[in-house]
Design a protein around this ligand. Sequence first.
Ligand SMILES: *Cc1c(COP(=O)(O)O)cnc(C)c1O
Length: 364
Amino acid sequence: MPRPILATIHPAALQHNLARNRLAAPDAKVWAVVKANAYGHGIERVFEGLRSADGFALLDLDEARRVRELGWRGPILLLEGVFEARDLELCSRLDLWHTVHCDEQIDMLAACKTHVGHRVFLKMNSGMNRLGFTPACYRSAWARLNALPQVDEISLMTHFSDADGGQGIAAQMACFSEVTRDLPGERSLSNSAASLRHADAVRASDWIRPGISLYGSSPDHPEHWASEWGLWPAMTLAAKIIAVRDIAAGASVGYGSRFVADAPMRLGVVACGYADGYPRVCPNGTPVLVAGVRSRLVGRVSMDMVTVDLTPVPEAGMGSEVTLWGRAANGAVLGIDEVAQAAGTLGYELMCALAQRVPVQVAD
Ligand SMILES: *Cc1c(COP(=O)(O)O)cnc(C)c1O
């Protein structure tokens, strides 16, 4: 028997979450962001659930090729554009749209011999200070691209730094609108947080670019839980109890004796550890579901195992299901955001870090 741990991808949840984004942006087209192997879910595994998207956005050429191999004939956008000149050949061959964020990428386009015109998304750095042309340089970059015979169509994009938080997007929105005011072309502004929280960004977007919300994690946890946004978890990580142990008051558990029982208690040892992608930093008390009932982690996470408190679930024993995040067999949900918060990080990082050794199934 293989080790009893399993990740499950839920196509119905992906479909539902995509529909939730369309509800927030009924007039916009949707780039389903599937970078980082679909945020750890697997491009091949999410494709069916997301195939009603208008396009797929990612940043690895190999991932773009995989989306084409799945039979996708619609738009694919490279969110970071090309990394070297010969990538442009692949853009032509695979019919990829690509972001242009720097002068060097315009140089590469100007030098390339291409027969089919390229579709580019010209990126503005409106305050994030990562990729993109500054507002002062944006219009001249547009003019340069517009004069190239290699370029067929130019769309305009920017990315928000604070769509999920208190600072918001007003300054970046104002900057983008001002600079692009009379430029033709489609606009793409909104990640998940902007799509769900900022109607003004959605109104200004011909294309929204949700990622995290498609996978059922809240873009602004803990201000809003995924359930408050009406999002369903697209990934469940579950394992089984492989040993049960009764310990006395005062006994300690695991490396460093981090947990000490204050009363006699039953523990379950679960076949999931940090080598599976469960964060080692999770403290005592991190929530888990045991047979669908909420309980807690006790003791340090080790490479292949964690220990959980069976007190709230006396009927649990060898072979009982433990849900580390996602949906239990009885329908109970433990949001990945709650586990991420306990670990001091975000749902993004946990889903992307699901380890290679964990077997993955796609639910019906
Ligand atoms: C990753 C990414 C997104 C998606 O962001 P989420 O917060 O996951 O919705 C959108 N746009 C760009 C440019 C990205 O790199």
